[in-house]
Ligand binder design. Structure first.
Ligand SMILES: [Zn+2]
Length: 164
């Protein structure tokens, strides 16, 4: 799936589930897709989260309780992507986390797509550029979209608003 296709899929999901409210209500979107979101206070500190499916087919996103709200929002958006795109894989393997085999091209593709999707979902291109101009740069768009500074910075570079 190309970047443009991921972007289109994200846009459709946003429109059907969240309208144009910002910050994007990621937990609400997950719930509307039938996915439960829980926060785990005992999660390994070096990991951000995962999604799993139980035998009855119920999906749960687990996020690291200790991470910042901004980071948790990105993790939830990332895991929504797995729920949305990787249903067949999830049905078979029951879980997707980031401890996959980096040498596995399909693993890298799933992770890349989930990260693209998360950035698109939280910071849609059109609105990001609009707000970047209207609000005047990184600090304020970070608040507006309720994302980490790193995520907004990376997005701004991707959209050609900042140079790398
Ligand atoms: Zn992932």
């Amino acid at each position: 799936m190309s970047y443009a296709e991921t972007q289109e899929a994200t846009k459709n999901l946003l429109l059907s589930h969240a309208g144009s409210r910002f910050p994007v209500p990621v937990v609400e979107i997950a719930n509307k897709l039938g996915v439960t979101v829980v926060s785990d206070p005992n999660y390994p500190s070096d990991r951000s989260g995962h999604i799993h499916v139980d035998d009855a087919g119920n999906s749960t996103i687990v996020v690291n309780e200790k991470h910042s709200p901004e980071r948790k929002r990105f993790t939830i958006a990332h895991e929504i992507a797995h729920s949305y795109f990787d249903g067949d894989y999830l049905k078979l393997h029951k879980v997707i986390d980031r401890n996959g085999n980096a040498a596995d091209a399909s693993y890298r593709e799933r992770e890349r797509r989930a990260n693209d999707f998360a950035a698109n979902l939280l910071m849609p291109e059109e609105q990001f550029i609009q707000q970047w101009i209207a609000l005047g740069g990184l600090e304020k768009v970070t608040d507006y979209f309720f994302v980490s500074k790193e995520a907004a910075h990376y997005r701004a570079i991707n959209l050609g608003l900042l140079s790398a």
